[in-house]
Design a protein around this ligand. Structure first.
Ligand SMILES: [Cu+2]
Length: 415
């Protein structure tokens, strides 16, 4: 997951085909469809955006959110607490894009604005249940106990007056897999309602513009056109940078194309490292879930190192695909423990204080069989700060994968 650009403002460079929504026949409600994330067929990616970012609907309509599952958890979260929080942070994010140049007090303002808006994923890999499970609160604030979900209730219509109205984690399969419907009340006040993803934070947000019933709004066809053109232009630009970074790959060159700084220390320690994940300063909030380059050649006894951009794992001889978050029978949302299992030394949950700008975890040696896993890379102070290495002791061709992002795969050829 490009996991949790928490204090997103100071966040390190926050790496951070639609079908028409069916209108029911006579007398039923109609609506519009919005895409959550987008899957560009040309490379493995995630986009921390909704497409289109703004949609007009009528009172009484349904907004149908359709998620592209790229391994990254998302939510659709709205309500008066959200309107208020985003109302404060949006001007700050405009003033200091990516947190660049923001003084500490701005970061404080930012955190203050979000004090009643918990993130789905907290420190120590803890899932915050009130944010991760569906939550519909008419008033008040969310439970502060991280293990306590909001009171269970059937999803009400959205009135625009509820304090908090959230899908929670949108699962990729099962009942309502990859989708979430927001039915607007017939008497909802016309106006603009903001929503965001409580996993990724305010970088990922959109708006619903509610128009009175008589007023014309763009057709679903026009909405789809806008969605695809936004999604394709965002992801297409990153694909071009990715191709440049991969051709004649070196870490220094790739990081140069990404446009984020590399310290002398990193330059020395990570000189021969490959990359797990890629993104650029300019193409935020799109991330490439790719290993660079896709095929690596090593000699028997050689130690291979990957530097991480975004949260990923480097994993060999992996179990069958599983989504990173699992929903238990009672509704509890849990991080699937297998993402941090398997042999060898793993990343710590949190980036250690005192590790400076480079943390290299030595995963030991691997003889080509048995589940071997870096674990999920922690949030880092700089991109490419967390790295993992593995020493190959036996010749062979080995496939490896990221346990978070289903299409993120690579090959190591050991001779
Ligand atoms: Cu990944």
């Amino acid at each position: 997951m490009s996991m949790r650009p928490r204090a997103a403002l100071l966040g390190v460079l926050v790496f951070v085909a639609a079908t028409a929504f069916a209108c029911s026949g006579g007398g039923g409600s109609s609506g519009r469809q919005v895409l959550v994330d987008y899957n560009n067929p040309d490379f493995a990616n995630i986009v921390l955006s909704y497409f289109p970012d703004s949609v007009a609907v009528h009172q009484g309509d349904t907004v149908h959110f359709k998620q592209a599952w790229n391994g990254e958890p998302h939510s659709v979260t709205m309500g008066t607490l959200v309107d208020k929080g985003l109302g404060i942070v949006n001007p700050l994010m405009q003033k200091y894009p990516g947190g660049q140049g923001a003084p500490p007090e701005v970061n404080d303002q930012f955190n203050q604005a979000f004090k009643d808006l918990p993130f789905m994923f907290g420190d120590n890999d803890q899932v915050i249940q009130a944010a991760a499970q569906p939550c519909y609160l008419d008033s008040g604030t969310l439970p502060s106990d991280p293990n306590k979900p909001c009171p269970k209730r059937t999803q009400p219509v959205f009135t625009g007056k509820q304090a908090y109205y959230s899908s929670g984690f949108i699962p990729y399969a099962g009942n309502n897999g990859n989708s979430f419907d927001v039915k607007l009340a017939n008497d909802i006040e016309p106006g603009t309602y903001l929503y965001y993803c409580n996993f990724h934070g305010p970088e990922m947000q959109g708006k619903i513009i509610v128009e009175p019933k008589g007023k014309a709004i763009p057709s679903q066809g026009k909405v789809d056109e806008a969605a695809l053109s936004q999604a394709r232009s965002k992801t297409g630009a990153l694909k071009k940078s990715l191709d440049k970074a991969t051709a004649g790959y070196s870490l220094e060159k790739a990081i140069g194309i990404a446009g984020f700084p590399l310290s002398d220390n990193q330059r020395t320690k990570l000189k021969d490292a490959y990359l797990a994940g890629f993104g650029t300063q300019d193409n935020n909030p799109v991330l490439a879930n790719e290993f660079l380059p896709r095929t690596i050649h090593a000699k028997v006894g050689e130690k291979v190192t990957w530097a991480f951009v975004g949260a990923h794992t480097v994993s060999f001889d992996v179990p069958r695909y599983f989504p990173i978050l699992a929903i238990a029978k009672d509704g509890t949302v849990k991080l699937d423990k297998r993402a941090n299992s398997g042999g060898g030394t793993k990343f710590p949950d949190n980036y250690p204080e005192g590790a400076g700008d480079t943390l290299i975890v030595d995963g030991g040696s691997w003889n080509g069989t048995g589940f071997r896993n870096s674990g999920i890379s922690p949030d880092t102070p700089e991109n490419a700060a967390a790295a993992y290495s593995l020493t190959f002791t036996k010749a062979g061709t080995y496939q490896y994968a990221c346990l978070i992002h289903p299409k993120m795969v690579g090959t190591v050829v050991v001779k």
